[in-house]
Design a protein around this ligand. Structure first.
Ligand SMILES: [Zn+2]
Ligand SMILES: [Zn+2]
Length: 146
């Protein structure tokens, strides 16, 4: 995502760019780890003195409502944000807790085709849990993953 331009993404989604909006969108785009609003706040408040938790939260909600980002709720009470808005699946490692993206648009499209007649979808999420490559490799040395 080296050529990710937050301004053009904002404008494209009808959002007026501001310093805070630009910084928040850039942060979630550059951190595809699906940060929470708190993660974003913690990362940016030192650089942007006027930033508040409420601003971060409201800005992220605005991005989601305009389609510039999407909200990912993998666990109850845990809202995460994702600048990758094309359909994709998520994998959470139960060992290190990291969340990875994987691309499976054909599977997602196929899943919505399986719906009974008359149903329509506005959100498709695929969520898998397991152990990531790195943890699997370490596990041969330390076997203490739940
Ligand atoms: Zn892991
Ligand atoms: Zn994602």
């Amino acid at each position: 995502m080296t050529d990710y331009n937050p301004d053009s993404v904002l404008i494209e989604h009808g959002i007026r760019p501001s310093r805070q909006r630009r910084a928040i969108l850039k942060f979630i785009a550059e951190h595809p780890t699906h940060p929470t609003a708190e993660d974003v706040y913690q990362a940016l408040y030192k650089k942007i003195k006027t930033l508040s938790r409420t601003t971060v939260y409201n800005t992220l909600r605005l991005f989601c409502s305009r389609g510039a980002a999407q909200m990912v709720t993998l666990e109850e009470n845990e809202m995460r944000f994702d600048a990758t808005t094309c359909p994709h699946g998520h994998f959470k490692c139960s060992c290190c807790g990291k969340i990875f993206d994987f691309f499976c648009d054909k599977t997602l499209a196929a899943a919505s085709m399986q719906l009974p007649e008359g149903f329509s979808t506005n959100e498709t999420q695929l969520y898998l849990r397991g152990v990531c490559k790195e943890c699997n490799e370490q596990q041969s040395a330390v076997a203490d993953c739940a």
